[in-house]
Design a protein around this ligand. Structure first.
Ligand code: ZN
Length: 202
C-alpha cells in the first residue's frame, strides 16, 4: 500500500511552508481528517491495518479512540476487526470515558488514533482505560510521524515517543518530515511566511 500516494490523492498531505504547534517550521503538513472523508478509502485503510493486527497474536475485545481525531479511524478499524468501539474524550483537560460506555475488568483494549506523533493523546486514553479496569493490549494508527516504532519494524523509537515500550504499535506507514527552527528554515530564507495550519479556518 502506497500510503503517501493515498494521502496526496486525498489532499491530506499539504506542501508549503508551515508553522507547527511545536513552533518548528516544515515544508509538509498532514491533514489526516481529509484521508478519511471518503468512507471507501477509510474502509480500505482500516481493513489493511486490521490485517496487520490479525497477523499478530494480540487479542482485542474493544477498540478505543481518543476524540476527536481518532474516532473515524477507530470506528472503521473496529468494524474490520469485528470488535466493539468506544471513545475517550477530554473534559476540562483530562481524558475520560463517558457516554455510558462500560469496561469489564481486564477487557482487552486497543487504542486507535488517525495519526501518532508523540502518542500523547493515545497514552492519556490508555491511562483512562486502565483506571477503569481495562487492559490496554496495544496501539494503532493509520500513519506514524516517525517518532514511535511500528510493530515488526526494526527502527528505534525516538525520545519524543510517549507510547509504552512493551506494547505493540500497529500503523500502515511513516511520514517523516524534516522540521526546522525558524532561524535555519530554508523556506523562511526565500522570504515566504510560515502559515499556521488552520489559520484560514481549516
Ligand atoms: Zn520557515
Amino acid at each position: 500500500m502506497n500510503l503517501e500516494k493515498i494521502y496526496k490523492d486525498s489532499g491530506a498531505l499539504l506542501e508549503g511552508h508551515f508553522l507547527l504547534s511545536s513552533g518548528k517550521h516544515s515544508k509538509y503538513y498532514l491533514q489526516s481528517a481529509k484521508v478519511l472523508e471518503d468512507p471507501k478509502r477509510a474502509e480500505l485503510l482500516a481493513v489493511t491495518l486490521a490485517k496487520k493486527i490479525l497477523e499478530s497474536d494480540v487479542e482485542i475485545d474493544t477498540v478505543c479512540s481518543p476524540a476527536l481525531g481518532g474516532i473515524l479511524a477507530g470506528y472503521e478499524l473496529s468494524r474490520a476487526l469485528g470488535t466493539r468501539f468506544i471513545f475517550a474524550e477530554r473534559v476540562a483537560g483530562t481524558m475520560c470515558v463517558r457516554r455510558g460506555f462500560e469496561i469489564k475488568k481486564d477487557e482487552k483494549i486497543l487504542i486507535c488514533e488517525d495519526i501518532i506523533t508523540t502518542g500523547g493523546s493515545a497514552l492519556e486514553a490508555a491511562e483512562a482505560i486502565k483506571d477503569l479496569g481495562g487492559k490496554v493490549v496495544g496501539f494503532a494508527a493509520i500513519a506514524n510521524r516517525g517518532f514511535c516504532n511500528i510493530y515488526n519494524d526494526s527502527k528505534d523509537m525516538k525520545k519524543e515517543c510517549k507510547l509504552p515500550k512493551g506494547l505493540p504499535f500497529f500503523a500502515l506507514g511513516n511520514f517523516e518530515f524534516t522540521m526546522y527552527d525558524k532561524d535555519n528554515c530554508p523556506m523562511c530564507k526565500t522570504g515566504t511566511k510560515a502559515l499556521k495550519p488552520g489559520s484560514r479556518g481549516n
